[in-house]
Design a protein around this ligand. Structure first.
Ligand SMILES: [Ca+2]
Ligand SMILES: [Ca+2]
Ligand SMILES: [Ca+2]
Ligand SMILES: [Ca+2]
Length: 151
């Protein structure tokens, strides 16, 4: 069975490899064709068959954006923590999403700059969840394994 996901131009192959009646097992759902291996192919949908697959709902532990060192506060130490992860090889902590200060889905110098701007440059608040605890409202590849400062 093939499912074309319009949202990401992706064709997924679903197979019931272990014959248990579903395609939820390991290796049964395989990305057959997507943007990474298209190489010039344009996916069409002439028959309107593609399914609109909803984005996965946010999940994981609650966290506070910007609180990179997960001590329950947002201050200069968090910007220093982010810089330490980026440039000194320090461990990233338990919650990548907290380090993603600008919530663009990647961890880089822009997050440290964004955090410093919010702290000292009148940049205002960080994207949610901030300053309270919550889930990442914009699903991305960054995860949050644990965040001690949130219940
Ligand atoms: Ca902190
Ligand atoms: Ca970022
Ligand atoms: Ca996000
Ligand atoms: Ca995330």
């Amino acid at each position: 069975m093939f499912v074309a996901d319009r949202g990401t131009d992706r064709i997924v192959r679903l197979q019931d490899l272990d014959n248990n009646g579903d395609a939820n097992g390991s290796g049964e759902a395989m990305v057959f064709l997507d943007n990474s291996n298209l190489s010039g192919v344009t996916l069409g949908d002439p028959y309107g068959l593609a399914l609109e697959l909803p984005a996965p709902p946010p999940s994981g532990p609650f966290f506070t954006r910007g609180d990179a060192n997960t001590d329950g506060g947002f201050n200069i130490a968090d910007a220093i923590f982010i810089l330490g992860v980026l440039f000194s090889g320090n461990p990233a902590g338990t919650c990548e999403d907290a380090n993603d200060a600008n919530d663009d889905g990647s961890l880089n110098i822009a997050d440290a700059i964004f955090a410093l701007g919010a702290l000292f440059g009148g940049g205002g608040n960080l994207p949610a969840p901030f300053p309270g605890c919550g889930l990442d409202p914009t699903v991305d590849a960054l995860g949050c394994a644990g965040f001690a400062a949130c219940p």
